[in-house]
Design a protein around this ligand. Structure first.
Ligand code: ADA
Length: 562
């Protein structure tokens, strides 16, 4: 399942799920002669009994049958973490980063018959990989999110961007379509759209051979019902493409959208003009039975547990999430802070030009692919990176400007642990603190957050909303003891209680995200992670199998409070 709704009615899209051939290899540019494994796609190779801890290169292969001459394109929703894609031996795509989707180039003149798709995958940590490094979460290997083949026309709709606004007492939207003409002649393109039952008109345009055009329109939707946490109203936005005066559409694209505004004013965050308080979890896409490759059922299970705990928000720490999970958040009315992929990187690491380059690509792919989800109300970047140095500040500035250039309809933030040494508060719309009072320090959560507010006020963040983006402590599932020592479920519950009591009683706090929803696997070979008993981050409110710990009921008590 690629998405929770059908994305095309005209263009044919076929998911390539099921077993692919697989072979681990230690060579670059190597297409194996024989494959010894069958590997489910989507899936992580760590789920195979012989590959539990395999880190390195692996080659996937499968054949497909094409019934008549056509053009095709391959879609990969996530390959962890580096991919080179070959169609009948010709390279058609390269991609770095597990957590953003990509497509191959258009492959034309594909004849009827059998064709071979090969994907070389690498999840090793090497000097060119600046975002995937040994870290406090696990970088799995493989085709971890769905793969599909699209049967394409030479002129096609690349993507849609829907931006709602509320003006003069009614809902409006600007709708942009990116259309590509890969043919060798100029094409006259007419788009026809509909939002639910309401038609949407675009001007006809000529697109030169080999060019891409941005076709934009604006419309009023007086009958639209707003999307919000309480009423997550969604609309089907369909755009069809008619070429050179033809009466039959040759291509289409469907998005599912919602009408809502997100603003920040008076030190608070508003959705549709009303102040909100985000109560939720940081969530890693990680599960012992599937690694990072979630089937829909397990996404729903996580969602139900988060709702059961009374939450209304989730932070996709520390990377863009599977689109089906975002679809689910759209449907359930869960507010999402989606963030780019970068966790805890210091200035020495960031200084390598590849770092900024890889972040900029990740930001672009995240926004282009996820911009239509009404659930996403905040974009985040660079968790706990060098926002305390002038050199780091330049990279924060460039990345935030890049995202603002693509989407002005959402506030931006980053989570910092630099306290009064942070020098980037002026760059963001929301100030977000990762502080771990009662766990990494003995500080009182209430006193600390009052001090944090002072840092924001004095250091460029005056009048901006404040979110406590991470707090929590270890709780080993089943370790219960009347002494309430560190690591017991009791102590974890105490820590969560004192933090939530402080944040829910301070009206200037606009959000709180517990670290973390579930325990997650971490990379083994890091000196500083020796404190991660069981090679996992155990600060989950549920354990890795989603069994609630004592803290679950504490969370529920505070999150359900009005
Ligand atoms: C950090 C970080 C998280 C996690 C957490 C912890 O603040 O952002 O990814 O590592 O601390 O458990 O210490």
């Amino acid at each position: 399942m690629l998405r929770l709704f059908q994305t095309n009615e005209i263009r044919q899209v076929v998911e390539l799920e099921g077993d692919w051939d697989f072979e681990p290899t230690d060579q670059d540019d190597h297409i194996p002669a024989t494959y010894h494994y069958r590997m489910p796609v989507p899936g992580c190779w760590e789920m195979h009994p012989k590959l539990h801890t395999y880190r390195g290169k692996g080659v996937y292969r499968r054949t497909i049958h094409i019934t008549e001459q056509t053009a095709v394109r391959l879609i990969f929703k996530g390959v962890s973490h580096t991919a080179r894609v070959f169609f009948d031996g010709a390279e058609v795509a390269q991609h770095y980063n597990a957590y953003t989707p990509f497509t191959s180039r258009l492959i034309t003149d594909v004849q009827a018959g059998e064709h071979e798709i090969v994907v070389m995958v690498d999840n090793s940590f090497h000097s060119d990989s600046k975002l995937h490094i040994a870290n406090d979460y696990y970088t799995y290997g493989g085709l971890i999110r769905p793969v599909a083949i699209e049967y394409m026309q030479p002129v096609y709709i690349e993507r849609l961007q829907f931006t709602p606004s509320y003006e003069n007492g009614q809902w409006q939207a600007s709708i942009a379509a990116v259309v590509t003409n890969t043919s060798s002649a100029s094409a006259q393109v007419r788009l026809q759209g509909a939002l639910g039952e309401t038609p949407i008109r675009f001007d006809a345009v000529d697109i030169q051979a080999g060019e891409t055009a941005l076709i934009q329109t604006r419309g009023a939707f007086p009958d639209a019902q707003a999307w919000s946490n309480g009423s997550p109203n969604l609309y089907k936005l369909q755009v069809q493409l008619f070429k050179d005066g033809e009466q039959t559409a040759s291509d289409d694209l469907i998005e599912r959208v919602g009408f809502r505004t997100v603003t920040t004013a008076n030190g608070r965050i508003q959705v549709n003009g009303e102040d909100i308080v985000l109560k939720g979890f940081n969530r890693h896409e990680d599960h012992p039975m599937v690694g990072a490759s979630f089937p829909y059922q397990l996404m729903v299970q996580d969602m139900e547990l988060m709702l059961e705990a009374g939450s209304n928000a989730v932070r996709t720490s520390h990377y863009p999430n599977d689109e089906r999970f975002l679809d689910l958040c759209d449907e359930r009315g869960i507010y999402v802070w989606e963030e780019n992929h970068a966790r805890g990187l210091d200035i020495e690491h960031m200084r390598d030009p590849k770092f900024q380059e890889q972040c900029l690509v990740c930001n672009r792919e995240m926004v282009e692919n996820h911009v239509n989800h009404p659930c996403i109300i905040i974009w985040g970047i660079l968790n706990e990176c060098a926002s305390n140095t002038p050199e780091g500040r330049e990279m924060y500035r460039e990345q935030l400007e890049q995202i603002r250039g693509m989407d002005q309809s959402r506030p931006l933030t980053y989570a910092t642990h630099h306290r009064e040494h942070d020098i980037c508060f002026d760059l963001a719309d929301i100030i977000s603190f990762n502080l771990y009072p009662q766990w990494y320090t003995d500080e009182d959560p209430g006193e600390l957050v009052d001090r944090a507010r002072g840092w924001a006020e004095e250091l460029g963040g005056s009048g901006k909303p404040i979110i406590m983006s991470e707090f929590g402590g270890d709780g080993f599932y089943g370790m219960r003891d009347a002494s309430r020592v560190r690591g017991t479920e009791e102590r974890q519950a105490d820590i969560i209680e004192s933090n939530l009591a402080a944040y829910t009683s301070r009206p200037y706090i606009s959000g709180m995200f517990i670290w973390q929803f579930c325990d997650c696997r971490v990379v083994e070979d890091l000196g500083w992670l020796f404190s991660r008993a069981g090679t996992q981050n155990s600060k989950g409110i549920v354990d890795k199998y989603r069994r609630p710990k004592l803290a679950f009921e504490v969370v529920k008590k505070y999150f359900e409070q009005k």
